[in-house]
Design a protein around this ligand. Structure first.
Ligand code: ZN
Length: 168
């Protein structure tokens, strides 16, 4: 575990020094959405509530008719469901941001920023000491209940249903 933690820390230090602002997974998730956002019309918006109606102009999936999506940048929701599910702006949200000349990266949560992932691995911890150096345990000793062991058919040896009275 300590080795993995150290390796991750080293990897994220390298990512941070490369100047990336967002994680690779984040950018990979957004790349396809960024390609699509030009194909929408933003029909209406309300700047006060950050509400937009984004209409498809190109049918990417030939199985259904063209439709529209309601996007709310403040609550970070879209009718397609991807915005609220993955917490990354979908193509409709990016189109809405573009409509008001708003940088869509501002709606990407901070958890996808390289600096924040790097901060996780800045912490360090010691490995598990050898068993001889463990402190002695003073609490209760727990053991399994032999009556609850299951036989080959998946049934317990005891067929009696245990109730609260049994524990008193
Ligand atoms: Zn959407």
């Amino acid at each position: 575990m300590g080795t993995l933690w150290g390796k991750r820390g080293k990897d994220w230090t390298k990512n941070l020094s490369s100047g990336k602002e967002f994680t690779d997974n984040c950018m990979k998730g957004i790349a396809e959405e960024v390609e699509k956002f030009h194909s929408y019309n933003v029909l209406a918006f309300d700047r006060e509530s950050h509400y937009f109606v984004v209409q498809e102009t190109v049918n990417n999936r030939n199985c259904r008719p063209l439709t529209h999506f309601n996007v709310n940048l403040q609550t970070r929701t879209c009718d397609c469901g991807r915005f609220q599910t993955f917490h990354l702006p979908c193509s409709h949200a990016i189109a809405a941001c573009s409509h008001i000349n708003h940088d869509y990266t501002t709606v990407i949560p901070d958890l996808y920023r390289v600096i924040n992932v790097f901060k996780i691995y800045i912490q360090s911890f010691l490995g598990v000491p050898q068993e001889d150096n463990w402190p002695s345990y003073l609490g209760d000793t727990l053991m399994h209940d032999e009556r609850m062991r299951q036989n080959k058919k998946g049934r317990t040896n005891s067929t009696r249903i245990r109730t609260e009275i049994d524990t008193v």
